[in-house]
Design a protein around this ligand. Structure first.
Ligand code: NDP
Ligand code: 8X3
Length: 253
């Protein structure tokens, strides 16, 4: 992992920030992208690696032209990306589909599907050219099992599953690897974002349960990234011991 270039989207919080920590610890060079610049700076300052091993990008992954410009204008020493972690994502609301909010739908589709596609489209050709690379998409249990009110969010994560499978097929004949890491419940800012800042409602999601931590997920991502170069881990589903499916959770209240 020493001096490998790892590009992490959604690095300002949760799983993305945890990935930054574990890959930094292993000696990687990090490109950390998100919209919240101050949060990226705080993270960079907290990492125990030289500043020349970190490149911050204030980037909205939904903005295709901004993604194109960010990738094409990377300094030459940062261009040869070895690992892309497509982690930026969000859920908005938990409404019935027939009562859904158009803005919420668009935000989820633009971030979770189109954003992931833009990054992939601009970064993977370089990996193919250099005969080296690994794309790690963060899917979800929601891409495998739809739950009431999950409709569009689950649809975006089912799309991530299909896109990961498709990319793996399209890259056959190259050494570029593709992995989808699909977690269940993790305590991050995810539920606060889903409920538009309603902290009380967000807390209830994790009440009486021991959820996964962002570090638990980063650990699995790191494992996938550090197998022998002929080994491709296609898909990993992980959940807390207290969870058995998207809707079956053991709560000790
Ligand atoms: P957080 O809300 O803690 O982190 C989400 C990250 O995505 C933030 O860094 C945020 O940064 C970034 N992000 C959101 N929108 C954009 C955008 N338009 N452009 C760039 N960055 C963006 O949640 P998690 O860490 O939990 O979520 C990470 C991934 O894990 C998501 O894809 C989520 O769907 C998935 N996941 C989460 C689960 C959970 O239970 N928490 C379970 C399964 C999967 P900023 O706002 O600064 O741009
Ligand atoms: C996040 C997990 O079950 O809230 O992807 O959809 S869930």
């Amino acid at each position: 992992m020493q001096n490998q270039i790892v590009f992490i989207t959604g690095a300002s919080s949760g799983i993305g920030a945890a990935c930054a920590r574990i890959f930094a610890h292993a000696g990687a060079k990090l490109i950390l992208a998100a919209r919240r610049w101050e949060r990226l700076q705080q993270l960079a300052n907290s990492l125990d690696i030289p500043s020349e091993k970190i490149h911050l990008l204030q980037l909205d992954v939904c903005d295709r032209l901004a993604v194109e410009s960010a990738i094409t204008n990377l300094p030459s020493s940062w261009k040869n990306i070895d690992i892309l972690i497509n982690n930026a994502g969000l859920s908005r609301g938990l409404s019935k589909l027939q009562e859904g909010d158009f803005q919420d739908w668009e935000e989820m589709i633009d971030t979770n599907i189109k954003g992931l596609l833009y990054l992939t489209r601009y970064i993977v050709p370089g990996m193919v050219e250099r005969n080296h690379g690994h794309v790690i998409n963060i899917g979800s249990i929601a891409g495998h099992q739809t739950y009431p009110g999950g409709n569009v969010y689950c649809g975006t994560k089912a799309a991530v599953k299909a896109i990961s499978e498709g990319l793996k097929q399209d890259l056959l004949g190259t050494p570029v690897r593709v992995t989808s890491v699909d977690p269940g419940m993790i305590e991050t800012e995810f539920s606060q974002v889903r409920f538009h800042g309603d902290t009380e409602r967000a807390k209830k999601v994790y009440a009486g349960v021991k959820p996964l931590t962002p570090d638990d997920v980063a650990d699995v991502i790191f494992f996938c990234a550090t197998r022998a170069s002929h080994v491709n881990i296609n898909e990993v589903i992980l959940m807390p011991v207290d969870q058995a499916s998207a809707t079956l959770v053991n709560r000790q209240l």
